[in-house]
Design a protein around this ligand. Structure first.
Ligand SMILES: [Zn+2]
Length: 389
């Protein structure tokens, strides 16, 4: 393991970096975006814990061979303790996805299914079982293999993809859903870069890596989850009949330059620009005498608030639906405590900063359900802006 105090950007030209691509094991992998030293995103200490919290360098690297974007060689000591409650958006998405998959592939109605789970929930298994699918045994291949936001939690993407290929029965369908690198880049979603999410995946990179394990992409659809995700259908290479959706997405990715280290590197300046803008926006509200409180304590919040240099002066507390987070605080220097949603409704702030911006519409609808109190809703990315009720 690399020493925690080693910065990816500090290696001298020509120094050997003992690091191979997490996808294809190529040594030709270079740093492109440096987010600085950051705490673990899912480490929510009790509100009384003074800090400083442990931090590790957080940086994106690009493989010049397979184009996989990934975390660099410094590995944080991630103590993932899932405390979140699943959003209504996520639950509805699981149900709808199963309808779509079984609608398009009626032959899978009574199929065997295996799911590679995610610590964030979002399982499709209950819906698949209700539709007549049978859960495959521990060592059994399955006709339908599902990975919904699971694989990015595995440090070695290539080895994990191989496991999924091995699970897939001949003629079977592998469905992988993951946060897409393209909206991350275009939408300046820098706060989704976090310790414990090892890969930031484009369709081109997945296509390249799938080929190493005898898989090919058959079709793809864009879905709204987490600010923009892809649902990708893969099969063993001899079973695939690719459709036009695949080339359309890869062309969009190429046009945005997300396999280009210089283009990708521009995300760093965009991130710092939005972070400064958020800080300035909160200072303006404070100067005008307007109160600001947060909604949500997602694993995105530590990076956003840290880069924005937001502390309890500007954001006295945030609220979250998850009871497990109450009495804790956001990790990092901000020290922002997390309280129950009811506390926000009692405080009636002039402005609500939505930290879970990917489900902003769900949150606004929830707060406005009984008429609200006339709050303004501030969404931090791609640049801070107000969202109408
Ligand atoms: Zn690679």
């Amino acid at each position: 393991m690399t020493a925690p105090d080693q910065q990816p950007g500090q290696e001298q030209e020509g120094d050997a970096v003992d690091f191979e691509c997490r996808g294809c094991a190529s040594p030709d992998v270079v740093p492109v975006v440096d987010i600085g030293e950051q705490p673990c995103a899912d480490y929510f200490p009790s509100a009384e814990t003074p800090g400083p919290d442990p931090r590790w360098p957080l940086a994106l690297w690009l493989c010049r061979d397979c184009t996989l974007v990934q975390l660099g060689p410094v590995e944080a000591q991630v103590a993932e303790e899932p405390l979140a409650v699943e959003s209504a958006t996520s639950r509805a998405h699981a149900e709808e996805s199963v309808k779509v998959i079984l609608g398009e592939h009626p032959e899978l109605g009574g199929a065997t299914v295996y799911e590679f789970g995610s610590p964030h929930g979002g399982s499709w298994l209950d819906h698949l079982s209700a539709a007549g699918c049978r859960v495959a045994g521990a060592d059994e291949q399955a006709d339908l293999v599902i990975d919904v936001h699971g694989i990015v939690h595995e440090p070695q993407y290539g080895a994990s993809l191989k496991l999924r290929a091995g699970r897939l029965a001949p003629g079977g369908l592998l469905v992988m859903e993951f946060h897409h690198l393209l909206p991350l880049f275009i939408g300046n979603q820098f706060d989704t870069i976090r310790h414990g999410h090892w890969a930031y995946v484009s369709l081109r990179a997945l296509r390249n890596l799938a080929a190493l394990h005898g898989l090919a992409v058959e079709s793809v659809r864009q879905v709204d989850m987490y600010g923009g995700s892809l649902m990708v259908m893969l099969r063993h290479v001899d079973d695939v009949r690719p459709d036009a959706s695949v080339d359309v997405i890869v062309e969009d990715e190429d046009a945005a330059g997300i396999a280009d280290e210089v283009q990708l590197g521009s995300l760093q300046e965009a991130a710092w620009h939005a972070a400064r803008a958020l800080h300035d926006e909160l200072v303006r509200h404070q100067a005008a005498g307007r109160t600001v409180l947060g909604y949500g304590a997602p694993s995105k919040a530590p990076v956003l608030l840290d880069l924005s240099k937001v502390t309890t002066d500007l954001l006295p507390f945030t609220v979250d639906l998850a009871p497990g987070k109450h009495g804790r605080r956001i990790p990092g220097a901000c020290l922002v405590p997390i309280r129950p949603v009811e506390d926000l409704k009692v405080a009636r702030p002039d402005v609500v900063l939505i930290l879970t911006w990917d489900i902003a519409d769900e949150i606004i609808a929830q707060l406005e359900h009984d008429g609200g109190w006339g709050a303004r809703y501030l969404v931090p990315l791609p640049e801070p802006h107000e969202r109408g009720r």
